[in-house]
Design a protein around this ligand. Structure first.
Ligand code: ADP
Ligand code: MG
Length: 300
């Protein structure tokens, strides 16, 4: 495309909330054959909330949540925020007016797994199966059962272990964006295939994919793994786009031929991307590709 055509398209995009960072992204977007979508915060709203709780020992629910929230208090992860928020609501229900979180020490983030901290002298682990395995916490068949029950409902099951015993679990739900299904089926009609990649577990990932109409799923993938999936597709000769919102998506956004960041996402993702979707709507993935297709056909 001529510099003028690029300028016109960039301006048009900007007026629709699609920020295209350079001519290169615009030139490549019309060739895209496959799009990899992150799940949390990209296909889903990214505002998870606790919808169910389960206690496996004789600990009171409020104490379980207080300890879990204490461990999550210093984390920016959407799951952490959901747990802290739920705990605050629970306290109100129990008639407590204090907003004060339990103090924690030795807080650590385990990417793609959860958090650990010392809360009131107890080792409190909050996260998935992988986190429990890392700390050699046994998982009973009762816990396994609750996990699969939860995950089949497209919810994420967050386990809470206190001093290396799983004492409870929180089922967290993050609804699909309302336009997600429509956007995916429109992309299919444009000859573009959609793929989902997530750090979340297989069962939850598959049920979300089914809901949104995506057939190809890769779950339990770490940030480096997400970028590798992009490279695999590129090796097959495909021009690949990636849509993501998180720090954990930035290597993939950089590896993709066209990286699209959700505007509501983290700064790191926005920096790594070629195109920023300011309205955070998945329909703007189509807007971006359309703009590229039109710009490049005009000069042909
Ligand atoms: P995604 O790729 O879906 O954005 P992440 O890589 O951030 O997900 O996390 C993958 C999984 O690791 C989550 O589904 C959850 O099971 C677990 N996890 C990560 N961070 C936390 C946390 N702060 N608290 C509890 N669980 C967590
Ligand atoms: Mg995400």
């Amino acid at each position: 495309a001529t510099p003028t055509a690029v300028m016109v398209a960039t301006g048009k995009g900007a007026s629709q909330g699609v920020l295209i960072k350079g001519g290169n992204a615009l030139e490549k977007a019309h060739k895209v054959k496959a799009i990899i979508f992150d799940k949390t915060g990209t296909l889903t709203v990214g505002k998870p909330s606790v919808v169910q709780t389960k206690v496996f020992s004789n600990i009171p629910l409020l104490e379980l949540c207080d300890l879990a929230a204490g461990s999550e208090a210093n984390s920016e992860h959407p799951l952490s925020k959901a747990i802290v928020e739920y705990t605050k609501k629970l306290r109100e229900q129990y008639g407590s007016h204090s907003d004060h979180m339990m103090e924690s020490k030795d807080f650590e983030v385990h990417p793609g797994a959860g958090v650990s901290a010392n809360v009131e002298g107890k080792l409190v682990l909050v996260g998935n199966k992988r986190l429990m395995q890392e700390f050699e916490v046994p998982i009973s068949s009762e816990v396994e059962g609750y996990m699969s029950e939860t995950e089949e409902l497209a919810r994420t099951c967050v386990l809470v272990a206190i001093n290396r015993t799983i004492c409870g679990a929180l089922a967290v739900s993050d609804p699909l964006k309302p336009e997600a299904g429509r956007a995916i089926s429109y992309l299919t009609s444009m000859g573009i295939s959609s793929i989902m990649v997530t750090g979340d577990n297989w069962a939850t990932a598959k049920s979300i994919a089914k809901e949104v109409g995506i057939n190809t799923v890769f779950a339990e993938i770490d940030p480096v793994g997400k970028a590798e999936k992009i490279k695999d597709l590129q090796m097959q000769g495909l021009t690949v786009a990636m849509v993501g919102d998180g720090i954990n998506d930035s290597p993939a956004l950089a590896a993709a031929d066209v990286g699209l960041a959700i505007g509501a996402g983290t700064d790191v993702a926005i920096e790594a991307a070629d195109i920023v979707l300011m309205r955070s709507s998945l329909e703007d993935v189509i807007t971006a590709i359309d703009l590229s297709r039109k710009t490049l056909s005009r000069i042909r």
